[in-house]
Design a protein around this ligand. Sequence first.
Ligand code: BES
Ligand code: ZN
Ligand code: ZN
Length: 478
Amino acid sequence: MKIQLSLSKSLNKTKSLVQILASKTEKPNVAVDIPQKLIKDALEIKKPLIFNTPSMVVGAFLADQSNQYKNLENLRLAGARLNKALNAQKLTEVQVLGANSEEVLAVAEGIVLANYQFNKYFTQPKLNTLQKVTLICDGVTGNQVEELQNICEAVYFTRNLVNEPQHFLTATQLSEEIKSLGKEAGFTVKVFNKKKIETLKMGGLLAVNKGSVEPPTFNILEYKPKNAKNKKPFVLVGKGVVYDTGGLSLKPTAGSMDFMKSDMAGSAAVVGTMYATAKNKLDVWLVGLIPATDNRPSGAAYAPGDVITMYNGKTVEVLNTDAEGRMILADALTYAIKYNPEWVIDLATLTGMAARTVGPQAIVSMGTAPKELHESLKESGFAAHERLAELPFFDEYFEMIKSDIADVKNIGGINAGSITAGKFLEVFTKQNNQHAYPWIHLDIAGPAFLDREDGYRGKNGSGVGVRLLYHFIKKQTK
Ligand code: BES
Ligand code: ZN
Ligand code: ZN
């Protein structure tokens, strides 16, 4: 259920309230009397006080400012817990009261993000009742409330795309969804169809698409306000594999295909970031590139042993058709060179190895960007609590993807699978053997699709990447 955020000066003491207390002796500002003992017990942020009456829920906790990022994350998580309590009581509104604007916004963010549901396919959905969150804090501005609203909606749209099954979300349908979000937020969308992709000779995207009955698309999203601070665009690239069966190198059927509708989570994060950036009118020139297709076995499918000529003219020996993400991203990374970008960041559910290495708690990162840029992205990772775990990216790893018969092969050995995937991509960020732009690769295979509920991230599509990149992009406008 979508939530409307708003700002108010006055508190209604008979309505539900979440309050960030200023001290151990302060009592929640409500008409009901809450026993002091309950409050004392609940000052631990991990177990916020939640006090129910038939008509209201009161939540209260003390913030702990000793670690800023941890504090904000704990407040978001507290917001998620309160969201549960409010919906359990079938309440429609809640107020959030506190003295510190960042803290109040974090609680609201947790409440709103936790209210997400994907109900499209239920015949009788159990809708959350909560619809309205009112912030009461002198330091919070109307613009901040609107900004948070837009970010949360961007995350909702991103999750919707990830949760959509492939029978609906074909590559063509993904393009339609992107166009409609572009219209709503104010970014342009250009879609290349199969014919155009053939004319351009995007060999990687076409190879992966060969086994499919659905045509591929290549999507170009652009937001370029007049007052953009960057002279060269920032470019985001997202893996848009709307379904990954593995192709002829078929995934083992038991379980491993169940979540592969989420193999376009990288592209969904790019769309969500474009949406949040355009809707909030950030002063940046931002481009999104999304190659999209499904990956299937069939009589026409590309096969292990094939040699593919890619968009940049380099040749790839395919040794596993399940390593398809890198094939389509390669062409998009080459296409990005056209823009002479300030930097390029790609997001992809690229390797099972990344998920096994860091689980749902981190995004695996690597790349050729200067250290400061990568560190700055990591810092945004802490702020958004979408944290990065950087892997080594030594030249020597390239040896593992050298082919006997082509410029490069599409898999390495059993070791360092996430890194060799990155090394493969790096080939396509180069022109005349030089890196064409600073580049960071984000492997989001761990946190993109969650198999259990995790605070305000919920279950299934998490929308990971949107809040991270929005924070990072906004930083560049200052
Ligand atoms: N989409 C998968 C990676 C993936 C696996 C994402 C599990 C999320 C959860 C990717 O296309 C893939 O299949 N990668 C292979 C690469 C291998 C063949 C070199 C993998 O990780 O097993
Ligand atoms: Zn695959
Ligand atoms: Zn894949």
